[in-house]
Design a protein around this ligand. Structure first.
Ligand SMILES: [Zn+2]
Length: 283
């Protein structure tokens, strides 16, 4: 009896050790997974922006009958808070602080869920900005029932569109419609902000970064370039780039680079682009 008791005691003890070890391994790998999971928690809102009023959010669900709408509401129970919080993240990426006189005062953000083609777009002007987000895109982003992925995508799209609400508009360099330097500034900055806020992969080897010959392609091509300049040349680069739109007239990409980094030949936009391509291994 005694021997049997001892044996079962040892067995129970070993079983306990086994489960403790198993638990340690599982929790360690969960932690490691969380570390490499790109659908991470949103970046922290800096203290100075916590009470900043980014504008009143008027949320409209224009497609309540869709699956996308149901998914959206189940994941984002309070759209107003969600949009305002993410607006503060955009603002802190574009400006040093709430006292910056250049910040456009937005009174109203009209945000609508719509059942239309496309992903998301911005409309409006002056102190009103409107953003539409499609339920079809919500459904597509939720294909694997991955809540984190949908949040990451929804927030990323929001960062891009809200940048259009708060960014400055460079003067004397054509208009948005001609697809030139002005357009490239507007769309490049919007994707740079999305990237800097962590909603594109911040790895230059990532598939999120499109390979391209010229920064003039705009969007992510210009966005990753601007983010690289922020990492390697000036930690406030995106803020300074945005501010250059109010400081230079006529504005140009080349002038903005030299304005921020110093008036030297190596700081011309083509020289920096070339340096960037070499640094990230594209050349
Ligand atoms: Zn855009």
């Amino acid at each position: 009896m005694r021997g049997k008791n001892n044996k079962s005691l040892i067995f129970r003890y070993m079983k306990k050790i086994f489960f403790v070890l198993l638990f340690a391994v599982v929790s360690m790998s969960a932690k490691a997974q969380l570390k490499v999971n790109k659908y991470h928690e949103p970046i922290k809102v800096e203290k100075k922006w916590l009470n900043y009023d980014p504008g009143e959010v008027v949320f409209r669900d224009e497609a309540p009958q869709t699956e996308g709408s149901k998914i959206y509401h189940s994941i984002i129970p309070n759209p107003t808070t969600y949009i305002q919080e993410n607006a503060r993240r955009v603002l802190q990426t574009l400006y040093y602080g709430p006292k910056d006189k250049n910040i456009p005062k937005i009174k109203t953000i009209n945000y609508s869920l719509v059942n239309q083609d496309g992903i998301s777009w911005k409309y409006g002007g002056g102190d009103m900005v409107g953003v539409c987000y499609t339920t079809g895109w919500i459904e597509k982003s939720f294909q694997n029932n991955d809540t984190m992925r949908l949040d990451y995508e929804t927030r990323g799209v929001l960062y891009h569109e809200l940048t259009h609400a708060y960014q400055l508009n460079p003067q004397g360099c054509g208009n948005y419609e001609d697809g030139g330097e002005n357009w490239c500034f507007i769309e490049g900055t919007a994707d740079a902000v999305r990237l800097a806020c962590g909603c594109f992969e911040q790895d230059f080897k990532s598939k999120d970064r499109p390979r391209a010959e010229s920064w003039r392609k705009g969007y992510r091509v210009a966005g990753y370039f601007l983010y690289w300049l922020q990492l390697n040349k000036d930690k406030n680069f995106i803020r300074k780039f945005n501010a250059s739109a109010a400081e230079l007239n006529p504005w140009s990409w080349d002038k903005a680079m030299k304005h921020i980094l110093g008036d030297k030949p190596e700081n011309g936009v083509e020289e920096l682009w070339n340096e960037y391509l070499h640094a990230i291994g594209d050349k």
